[in-house]
Design a binder for this molecule. Structure first.
Ligand SMILES: [Zn+2]
Ligand SMILES: [Zn+2]
Length: 387
């Protein structure tokens, strides 16, 4: 089959202490400290083999994610930018959909012909975190498209327990092709859904909501806030294109934070002096987004943090205390009914992710799509491996 493979050199930084497990498995916790000189190519690889608990999918659509870009891009020393769990060489791609073409012997709930999307986090179900229901924090985690073969390929074998049927979406749209493209957006949308509605249960229709960051996760948060009845969605990003996209997804106002005089005053003005109720950090820049927040946070406000950022951030905890503010860290999209709920919202028409898809490319031209994304002007580009 044809697949997009990323290769990189194994060159652990002298300062990075490899664990025994990392040495043995080459599954690295901090990819940016080990993998050098990444390069991608569309190549011919053997078809995947099917395990008894897996289904074989003919991949219909697969999105290129910011983390794919961070594995493809490197710093001045040549190390990949992505700081997370990785094993190379590997097929990239983790935001995807496909048609079941074969089912393993132990699979009960899926049959050939089913249209599905799948969770990227391959939780084990056995560790302490999983047994607490916190599958996104599984300590035996593998990640599809990061440590195991991904979906930028004609075929992928996936455990049935990570798959969710998109029947409802296909029926309501009356168009399998369109349903499969939107289904590739379920995973990134699920990341925002998990942060807003699972990690902390404070969301209320009527909320004044702030979204920092107009990348795909921030845009999905805007669309979800709209679907969930926010009365205002105030978006912030430094890019004019992204601010426009934010408006398209449902932001009621949008600002470049570097061009406003005072963030707290602006938020108080917009909210009739009350402050905002719900803040989504999807910019990965908490020192610029969360650190300045004080009186702009309303009484009982919630902050949910999705953007990745390694540096410590000073927060005005005095205000958190006096105003009863809660802060939740959020990671992942798996479990908690997130995938089926996102699929239902898309099927109902109340969550429209279509404006985010700015282009589609056949797999053969995947490198052009990666090149184009270097400019960060697109919200989401989909590859169509079997088109
Ligand atoms: Zn992603
Ligand atoms: Zn686990």
């Amino acid at each position: 089959m044809k697949a997009l493979q990323l290769k990189a050199d194994w060159q652990p930084k002298p300062s990075y202490k490899l664990s025994e497990q990392e040495e043995a498995t080459r599954k690295i916790q901090t990819g940016s400290a080990v993998w050098k000189h990444p390069n991608i190519d569309v190549t011919t690889l053997p078809d995947p083999e099917l395990a008894p608990d897996e289904v074989m999918l003919e991949v219909a659509a697969v999105g290129i994610c910011g983390s794919d870009m961070h594995m493809y891009e490197s710093d001045s020393e040549g190390y990949i930018l992505y700081p997370g769990l990785t094993r190379f060489p590997n097929i990239l791609g983790h935001e995807f959909s496909g048609r079941v073409v074969e089912v393993g012997k132990e699979v009960r709930d899926l049959v050939a012909g089913d249209l599905v999307t799948a969770e990227e986090i391959q939780w084990c179900g056995l560790c302490d975190a999983c047994r607490k229901g916190l599958v996104n924090h599984c300590t035996n985690m593998e990640e599809l498209g990061f440590t195991t073969p991904g979906a930028m390929a004609q075929y992928i074998a996936v455990k049935a327990k990570y798959c969710w049927k998109i029947t409802e979406l296909a029926e309501r749209l009356g168009d399998d092709k369109e349903a499969l493209q939107l289904a590739a957006m379920v995973e990134p949308t699920g990341v925002s859904y998990h942060a807003m509605f699972n990690r902390i249960a404070t969301w209320k229709p009527g909320n004044y909501c702030v979204v920092f960051g107009g990348g795909p996760i921030g845009l999905a948060a805007i669309a979800l806030a709209k679907a969930a009845g926010a009365s205002q969605i105030i978006a912030f990003d430094v890019s004019a294109t992204r601010l426009e996209q934010a408006k398209k997804m449902g932001a009621t106002s949008s600002y470049d934070p570097t061009k406003i005089a005072d963030l707290n005053e602006l938020l108080l003005d917009l909210t009739y002096g009350r402050g905002v109720d719900f803040v989504v950090e999807a910019a990965g820049a908490p020192a610029q987004t969360l650190a300045p927040l004080k009186m702009g946070l309303g009484v009982g406000a919630t902050i949910t943090h999705i953007g990745r950022s390694e540096r410590p951030t000073p927060l005005s905890l005095e205000h958190y205390q006096v105003r009863g503010v809660q802060l939740a860290g959020s990671l992942g999209h798996a479990g908690h009914g997130t995938f089926p709920n996102v699929i239902r919202l898309m099927a109902s028409g109340s969550l429209n992710m279509k404006p985010m898809i700015s282009a589609t490319y056949p797999l053969a031209h995947a490198k052009d799509a990666f090149k184009r994304l270097e400019a960060r002007a697109d919200a989401k580009i989909l590859l169509l491996p079997n088109a």
